[in-house]
Design a protein around this ligand. Sequence first.
Ligand SMILES: NC(=O)C1=CN([C@@H]2O[C@H](COP(=O)(O)OP(=O)(O)OC[C@H]3O[C@@H](n4cnc5c(N)ncnc54)[C@H](OP(=O)(O)O)[C@@H]3O)[C@@H](O)[C@H]2O)C=CC1
Ligand SMILES: CC(=O)[C@@H](O)[C@H](O)COP(=O)(O)O
Ligand SMILES: [Mn+2]
Length: 399
Amino acid sequence: MSIFEDTAPRSPRPRPLRVAVLGCSGSIGRQTLDVCRQHSDKLRVVALACDTSTEALASAAREFSADHVAVASAGHARDAALEGLPSGCALGVGPEAVVELTQLDEVDCVVNAMVGFAGIEAGFAALRADKVLAYANKESIVVAGDLLVPLVRPGRLIPVDSEHSAIYQCLVGERASDVHCLWLTCSGGPFYGMGREELAHVSAADALAHPTWTMGPKITVDSSTLMNKGLEVLEAHQLFGVPIDRIRVLVQRQSRVHSMVEFADGSVKAQIGPSDMRIPIQYALSYPERWETPSPRVEWRQEPAITFGEADEEAFGCLALAREAGRAGGTLPCVMNAANEVANAAFRAGACGFLDIERVVRQTMGEARPEEVESVAQLEEVDARSREVARGFLEGVRR
Ligand SMILES: NC(=O)C1=CN([C@@H]2O[C@H](COP(=O)(O)OP(=O)(O)OC[C@H]3O[C@@H](n4cnc5c(N)ncnc54)[C@H](OP(=O)(O)O)[C@@H]3O)[C@@H](O)[C@H]2O)C=CC1
Ligand SMILES: CC(=O)[C@@H](O)[C@H](O)COP(=O)(O)O
Ligand SMILES: [Mn+2]
């Protein structure tokens, strides 16, 4: 059974959905809290987690009267900000404390809004504890989808990533066997139209200026290299069971068409709307209902033309590398993700150039001996080893 073939009846919820927000201080986390603020009659924030941003964590805990918080970074366990937690709020420290939030009896739904491989354990723990998962942490789906997705009952993992939310919305009520292909839309990023010569000289500040979305720094740089689209091809492959070569990237510069599904009979369904992540976040929390939104609506009669185009996979080699990793499968997506996390961070820190990201990912993948995915412990080892290899390939370019 696919994750979207959900025949469950739409009975109203007996009480507000009790939500844990992991990564509450980030872009998705803060927008999740905004949705919870707008729908306080239907959503109750009971648990919050961050890595180091204790100020934001404590402030959210006070606002929402959260009962539990966790700080992943032990170095921030004594931050003065934590003295401002509401009385009775339990504080946990360390990565295990973040994962423990997913096990609490008083949590119905976990929003995994952590960035990177670090979000992997929380996704598994939430599914094992039979929580609904609103899933933004695409890296862990890419790396561990072989193990994670088989644990998902229909309607229990709702994607937050805008394209995957769009595809999910197009697929609800459909049969997996009727899908011909997926059209995964892509803004093209800030460097759309540039060739390799120009790309060699772009800076992190240039890469962080996304044309249509305001997001955290890691995903914004991934959008500029098109690695974000590569990760999303693999994410869609894992979530919807569609072969890699039936997932077609479609440049849609305005980010209005969030993705499309083409069916056997030639019909195409698209989900379109504002470029506002609060909409897919809210859908993941309201599913199978739809609620009013405070997000500004699009005046479609005055909207400029919606255009489609093709991605330049030669200039932006990360997309082709991701497809290669997806076709090979096993632990190769884990290797690719680890190298990308290392190189993306180095580029943001000014320690390498833009094209070095692609080079380091290619070289690290070239060293890998992919295996079948067997366990999270194995993936943790592959991730750690691949980071070492990637750091080695970066050495030559330290500035
Ligand atoms: N932003 C967006 O619009 C979109 C994001 N996504 C995906 O959502 C995820 C989050 O992205 P985004 O919100 O942009 O990222 P941000 O960098 O803005 O936020 C990341 C969050 O994760 C927390 N975090 C990082 N490491 C850990 C850790 N080890 N343990 C606990 N918490 C941790 C951070 O805490 P702290 O602040 O303390 O560091 C922060 O709250 C990513 O996987 C991204 O690809 C998908 C689609 C759109
Ligand atoms: C909002 C969202 O879902 C991002 O993942 C978005 O897709 C980034 O834009 P790109 O299409 O430029 O990667
Ligand atoms: Mn996306």
